[in-house]
Design a protein around this ligand. Sequence first.
Ligand SMILES: *Cc1c(COP(=O)(O)O)cnc(C)c1O
Length: 428
Amino acid sequence: MQLPYDFPRASVQPLIRPWIPKWRLEDLALWGGPPAFPEPLHVGRPNIPDRRRFFERLEDILDRRWLTNNGLYVQEFERKVAAMLGVKHCVAVCNATVGLQVAAQALGLEGEVILPSFTFVATAHALRWLGLTPVFCDIQPDTLTLDPDRIEELITPRTSGIVGVHVYGSVCDVDRLEALAAHHKLSLMYDAAHAFRCSREGRMVGGNGQAEVFSFHATKVLGTFEGGAVTTNDDEVDRKLRRAISFGLNREDEVVAIGTNAKMPEVSAAMGLTALESLDEWLAINRSNYAAYREKLEEIPGVSIIPFDGPESRNYQYVIIRVDEERAGLSRDTLVEALRAENVLARRYFYPPCHLMKPYRPSASGEPATLPVTERVSSQVAALPTGTAVGPSEIQQVCQLIRLCVEHGREIGERILLRNRVPALPTA
Ligand SMILES: *Cc1c(COP(=O)(O)O)cnc(C)c1O
């Protein structure tokens, strides 16, 4: 396979790291030896765009002394994102968490809101912070997104809306959610933090529901240090969003609604515009990283990579594996522990699911939510390092480590148990 690594710009070349080959159980750093990688391999290491272009923009911002409040760079960034996604309006914001809040407010959400538990906790926090009650719904086992068949049983007279999450860039069943929302007169919006430049049936994410919320956090495929955007085709929602992100002010500087400060500063927009210029290269690297992982992992029993097949546009922001403990002989947690010892900082993403986190666990008297698919998937998944800081030789080594762990799965499990056992007190 031809890998697109012959870029002239240093910024898109992966770091070349020396690594220690490991072939035997005894080589594993779990037992105290040196890690395979002398330096950590991170999930979500930021992609850095052309810094000369970024500094030029930054100089211009400083020369103009227009640092924030809907500046020229924010306006250009919003135009370019809207055009790229084929959506009428894009409102740049300071981050996606606050973006979710202003979107929820613009849609008039109140009372209970249905959302998946299998998401980053920010989705739930954003709603709870507004005084809304998150009602967690299970996911489909194949797409890992909201299960439309499980939604109606959760609707009560207090339900006002549905928030879908395009987990790992796997786009929700937007048609069925749309139909459900329309039938029950509910609002519908999406957390699209994972889905920048992902499509469903050829349509880019951005125009689904009444609003979609993107994250441009440094760890996402397109980073603006901190940042995000809310996109919508609805003029009224756009008007409310623009008001909300700037203290509830209208164009005449009258306060006409409760607002907050969710503005994206110019420096972030400059970073975003520069990143957009490298985005196609980054997506190509992510795609070949994904293909390299898939090829190597295919041969390992019990470990599978979440498939992204077919003609849709994907960002491959995350490489997610599922560990079937029965077949692999070791659990996801043990595998992650072994990889982390080797400086492969794999992450349990998402674990635990939101409904089992302390602030969202039902009170002692309440019925605990049972979300069997969510709980099973959450115990099996792990994110592996990808992005422009990772190249084919590292991927080969990461996969070799996984293979080694699976080959000795049961033995590793037993040795960890022994190691963690508290030594018995000496008897006199
Ligand atoms: C990253 C992320 C967020 C939060 O984005 P911020 O821009 O960091 O606030 C929300 N939801 C999901 C699914 C995310 O991955």
